[in-house]
Write a protein that binds this ligand. Structure first.
Ligand SMILES: C[S@@+](CC[C@H](N)C(=O)[O-])C[C@H]1O[C@@H](n2cnc3c(N)ncnc32)[C@H](O)[C@@H]1O
Length: 287
């Protein structure tokens, strides 16, 4: 199994970012909850072949492995060695033998065409640098009739990102953040362009109140954290003085959102499903 991988600088930065977070990634219940629901709604059966892209600490892979059983197989893929280390540790503790993990880029996979009954991408679609091309590649890896299941987040989601977007606009920085998949229509169009059919998108409104200090701590404008879907990091165009000024404005904007219960952190999730058509005829009819 490969334990090294050649990544460009921006992907290596993402991998390092998650490796640093990996030991604490499973804290809290939000990620496990939405990962579990993504799997539950996918309607998996025993014996199926599953690919979990950007598997992280293996939450989806482990949930899927329990359903497909010993006759099935789950392959989890990630670019972060730290996240995969956690995933492998969990699988070992649980004694699961139908799950394997690979260090690989979800945008550069080498599996044969039509290998999988279901492909998952939980909480990670937005990290892909070429969404249309990547979705087409994943479509090819599915067996005819196979299912893609992924999360996307509403453009209103994650208060830190939304407020940073607003503040940085004044500095001429356009942060994409959740924009590429931030509406049901955008998700639908992306899947349709990649020739998926039977597209279903469930919107699950979600969120919670968080303390002001926690929201203010979400500032990622120091230029060293990766920026979702944007390479090179557009914040590198700002001077240190501009970044400190923007950080102060970010804190002030959040203060305006303060309520008695704290600050509302919207995390509305889209559960996005689409199938590879069963036959060439059906595929052609979509064109
Ligand atoms: C928010 S975590 C999601 C992890 C897991 N899927 C879950 O639901 O908890 C994002 C993950 O995407 C991985 N990732 C980002 N870009 C990737 C890529 N191009 N190929 C594979 N993994 C990637 C990161 O390393 C990280 O583990």
């Amino acid at each position: 199994m490969c334990d090294r991988i050649q990544l460009d600088d921006s992907k290596q930065q993402v991998a390092d970012f998650y490796s640093q977070r990996s030991a604490r990634y499973d804290d809290g219940n939000w990620h496990p909850r939405i990962a579990r629901r993504l799997v539950e709604e996918a309607g998996l059966s025993r014996g199926q072949q599953i690919l979990d892209l950007a598997t992280g600490t293996g939450m989806v892979a482990i949930a899927a492995g329990a359903i497909v059983g010993a006759e099935g197989r789950v392959v989890g893929v990630d670019i972060s060695t730290g996240m995969l280390q956690q995933a492998r540790r969990k699988v070992e503790v649980l004694g699961l033998e139908n799950i394997e993990f690979h260090l690989a880029d979800a945008e550069n996979l080498e599996f044969p065409e039509s290998s999988f009954d279901c492909i998952f991408c939980s909480s990670a679609l937005i990290w892909m640098s070429d969404l249309p091309g990547t979705l087409q590649a994943w479509h090819r890896l599915l067996k005819p009739g196979g299912l893609l299941a992924c999360h996307a987040f509403d453009e209103t989601a994650f208060v830190g990102g939304v407020v940073a977007q607003k503040v940085l606009k004044k500095y001429g920085v356009s942060l994409l953040f959740n924009q590429p998949t931030g509406t049901v229509e955008k998700c639908h169009d992306l899947l349709k362009q990649a020739r998926f059919e039977q597209i279903q998108i469930q919107v699950k409104e979600d969120g919670c109140y968080i303390p002001l200090e926690q929201a203010q701590g979400m500032w990622t404008g120091n230029g060293s954290s990766p920026v979702l879907g944007q390479h090179p990091n557009p914040l590198l165009n700002l001077s240190l003085t501009q970044l400190s000024q923007a950080k102060r404005e970010f804190a002030a904007e959040l203060e305006k959102l303060q309520t008695e219960q704290g600050i509302w952190d919207d995390v509305t999730v889209f559960y996005v499903y689409g199938r590879r058509p069963h036959s060439g005829r059906q595929q052609a009819s979509l064109l």
